[in-house]
Ligand binder design. Structure first.
Ligand SMILES: [Cu+2]
Length: 163
């Protein structure tokens, strides 16, 4: 099989700023690591065949990496993100830019920290729309909602089509 790079994909740029943030849930306030003060973190919204450059500024007090869960990234392992497998953790006070290549994926996936327990709060959705000029194999939905089910440190997410 020959994989050809998309000639039409768009390029997206995201800034992820990791900080400790005070969050209150169920009458209890805790300091957790968030991305852009958001929990869950910001969603990537791209089309099949696009590329996203995500600049991660680590202003949290822990070394961290970000993994793009389910994105194959052919010939681009250095942006896969598993800590101590394809890169060292991004030290506090520094930044690292990931080049995330969307090749054959379509639908909803997620990104998450790949460093110890930081993944419990550092995660967000990746929404991959069909390539330009193509559609999903079902009628166009009326609305979309991203829902995270936080199960220990392995949340799941899906998009609901509301009719
Ligand atoms: Cu994962």
């Amino acid at each position: 099989m020959v994989l050809l790079p998309s000639a039409q994909g768009s390029v997206h740029y995201y800034d992820f700023v990791l900080t400790n943030t005070n969050f209150t849930r169920l009458c209890s306030t805790k300091s957790i690591v968030t991305v852009n003060n958001s929990f869950p973190g910001p969603a990537l919204r791209v089309q099949k065949g696009d590329t996203a450059f995500v600049n991660v500024y680590n202003q949290a007090p822990y070394g961290v990496t970000i993994h793009w869960h389910g994105i194959k990234q052919p010939r681009n392992p250095w942006s896969d993100g598993p800590e101590y497998v394809t890169q060292c953790p991004i030290p506090p006070g520094t930044n690292f830019t990931y080049e995330v290549i969307f090749s054959s994926e379509e639908g909803t996936l997620w990104w998450h920290a790949h460093s110890d327990w930081t993944r419990a709060t550092v995660h967000g959705a990746i929404i991959i729309l069909p390539a330009e000029g193509t559609t999903y194999p079902f009628p166009e939905p009326d609305d979309e909602k991203v829902i995270f089910f936080g199960i220990h440190a392995q949340p799941l997410q899906l998009i609901c089509w509301v009719h």
